[in-house]
Each structure stands twice: as structure tokens, then as C-alpha cells.
Design a protein around this ligand. Structure first.
Ligand code: DAH
Length: 339
């Protein structure tokens, strides 16, 4: 019996010693220590042992079990540590590999141009305000001195929601909305989307953007308008830029003018960019018409003011030398990435 026990123990220990796999350990445990395992068999055959030897054999069985268990546990720890080390070795991360770059978008050329214009006017003390894109006919036309049937409506044919509501064809209605709400002095710019029923081509789109400007106070004169826009042009296109005011007609200003800037490409000599004239048209402006002031609740005897309207796309196209407006709306990243 004693030899048998010694033999089982020695066999078990050497099997454990020899195994290289964690999974194998459990098999060995079952073989020797399990319910039907070899040590258990020895315990079961205790009835054949002489009663006086039983305690001695029992003790030996316990010792063998303890020795096997200890060896199992020790080997389990060793193999687990080895497996972990192996895993760490295989899963090494090469931190010198270039990382996958996240694609970050950036501002649209329209937005860049708008922020530039806003920066300039905020610097002159203007406030940036907004008005609705779906607008009453009253604000878009009538209150701007364009009554029903006025020929100026033809030039700004737009989309009608119903008889009284249109998609605004200009940002000028924000002038009226501001004057109704706010007592002078008023110094605002109002950027936003406008609509016209135009066919799409290199210079037209049914939806584009304008930036409106309005100043109302006591003693505002045409020279204030000229000085303001002269400064604006210099900041936007460069210190050497000159401005030229050409008489024009807008129903909501009197007198009215269109403003050209000297070509910032050739300095005014004439080139392909300015089509040989040396000048580039950038905006419309004028002194706010007394009718418009009166309809907006401002006394034209007490206050005067000037207004101007700039096409945002026009500024973006000029500044970034883009020759087709459609590029601004196509969302082609290869184009947009360049600004
Ligand atoms: N609203 C005009 C247009 O869309 C542009 C304009 C001209 C605005 C003269 C003004 C202005 O404020 O005074 O053609």
C-alpha cells in the first residue's frame, strides 16, 4: 500500500512537472484527485488495510494529496505567468508607426470671407444682426419704397410662398426691421441668405448671400458713407485700394451709387482680372430714402443715414480668385480644401 502511494505521488508530480500546457493541469488533477481518481481509489481500499495501519496510511494519503495540490498550484502559476509574458511579447504596439489622421474639415470660403467682413465692421463699432429668410412682401419691397407694380420688382423676381410672403430677394428688409425696433444711433451689418428666381451659371445662383449695412444717426452725410466704404475696401483688399462711386438708382436710397474698387491684381492699370478696366464693382449703396425712414418710424427731419449691400459670394470669388460661383456650392473637398 505504501509503495503504491509513493508511486502514485511520484507519477503525478512528474506528469505535472512535464506538462507545458495550462489546460493539461486540470486533466491531471482529475486523474489523481478526482472522485474516481487514483488517490481516491486508495482511500476506498482502506477496508483491506489492517485497522492499526489505517491512521498511518490515511496520513500518507493526505500528504500525497497535499503534495500534488501544491505542485499543481505552483505549476499553474508558473505556466500562467509564462503565457502572459508570451502574450505581451506578441502584442507589442509599435508606437513609432504613423497614426491614422482624423479628417478635420474647415471653414467654407464664404464663411472665411464673411468673418473677414464682420471683423472689419465690428472694429468700426457695428453690431451684427440677422433677419428672416422667409419674409413679408411688405419688408422685402413695400417698406423699401418698392410698391406693388414697381419695375424694380422685376429685377428681383423671387419665390412666392403666397401673396404676402416671399423668400427675401435681398437683405435690405433687415434695415426696416432694425429701424422699427431700435432708436438711433443705429450701426448694423446684417449678413444672410437671399433668393432670386435666376438660372444657375458662373455668376448666378437662385440662392446666395448678401451683407447689408445700415447707419442712422443725426448728421450722417454722404461723406460718412464714402469714408466708411473707403476704409472697408482698404482693409478687405489692401491698403493701396481706391474706391469709385458711380451714380446709380436704388428705390430705397437717394442719392444712390455703385462702388467699384481699383483692381487689386493690376493696381488699376487694366488686366484680365478686371477685364481691362482697372476697376471691379463690389457693392450698391446710398443715403437712406426719407420715405423708408418715415415708414420705419424715424423722422427724416431729425435723422439721416446711409446703407449698403454687398454680395458675399462676389467678395469670396474676388478675394480667392475663383472664376465660377458654382464651385462654392458643390461641396467638392478637393476645391474647398484650398482655402
Ligand atoms: N439690396 C440691393 C440689391 O440686392 C443692394 C443694395 C443697394 C443694398 C443699395 C443697399 C443699398 O442697402 O443702399 O441689389
Amino acid at each position: 500500500m505504501k509503495e503504491k502511494l509513493e508511486q502514485i505521488k511520484a507519477e503525478a508530480l512528474s506528469q505535472i512537472e512535464a506538462t507545458g500546457a495550462l489546460e493539461k493541469l486540470n486533466e491531471i488533477r482529475v486523474t489523481y484527485l478526482g472522485k474516481k481518481g487514483e488517490l481516491t481509489q486508495v482511500l476506498k481500499s482502506m477496508k483491506d488495510v489492517a485497522p492499526e495501519d489505517r491512521p498511518k496510511i490515511g496520513q500518507m494519503v493526505n500528504e500525497a494529496r497535499a503534495a500534488i495540490e501544491e505542485k499543481l498550484e505552483e505549476t499553474r502559476k508558473r505556466l500562467a505567468a509564462k503565457a502572459r509574458e508570451e502574450q505581451l511579447k506578441n502584442e507589442v504596439i509599435d508606437v513609432t508607426l504613423p497614426a491614422q489622421k482624423a479628417q478635420v474639415g474647415h471653414r467654407h470660403p464664404n464663411t472665411i470671407a464673411l468673418e473677414e467682413v464682420e471683423r472689419i465692421f465690428i472694429g468700426m463699432g457695428y453690431e451684427v444682426v440677422e433677419g428672416p429668410e422667409v419674409e413679408y412682401d411688405y419688408y422685402n419691397f413695400q417698406a423699401l419704397n418698392i410698391p406693388e407694380g414697381h419695375p424694380a420688382r422685376d429685377e428681383q423676381d423671387t419665390f412666392y410662398i403666397n401673396d404676402k410672403i416671399v423668400l427675401r430677394s435681398q437683405t435690405s428688409p433687415v434695415q426696416v426691421r432694425t429701424m422699427e425696433k431700435q432708436k438711433p444711433p443705429i450701426r448694423i451689418i446684417a449678413p444672410g441668405r437671399v433668393f432670386r428666381s435666376d438660372e444657375v451659371d458662373a455668376t448666378h445662383s437662385p440662392s446666395f448671400h448678401q451683407i447689408e449695412g445700415l447707419v442712422i444717426d443725426k448728421n450722417i452725410t454722404f461723406s460718412d458713407l464714402k469714408g466708411t466704404l473707403d476704409q472697408f475696401a482698404k482693409e478687405l483688399f489692401g491698403e493701396k485700394t481706391r474706391v469709385k462711386f458711380r451714380p446709380h438708382h436704388f428705390p430705397f436710397t437717394e442719392p444712390s451709387a455703385e462702388v467699384d474698387v481699383s483692381c487689386f491684381k493690376c493696381g488699376g492699370k487694366g488686366c484680365r482680372f478686371c477685364k481691362g478696366s482697372g476697376w471691379i464693382e463690389i457693392l450698391g449703396c446710398g443715403m437712406v430714402h426719407p420715405n423708408v425712414l418715415r415708414m420705419s418710424g424715424i423722422d427724416p427731419e431729425e435723422y439721416t443715414g446711409f446703407a449698403f449691400g454687398v454680395g458675399l459670394e462676389r467678395i469670396a470669388l474676388l478675394k480667392y480668385e475663383i472664376d465660377d460661383m458654382r464651385l462654392l456650392y458643390e461641396n467638392d473637398e478637393r476645391f474647398l480644401k484650398q482655402f
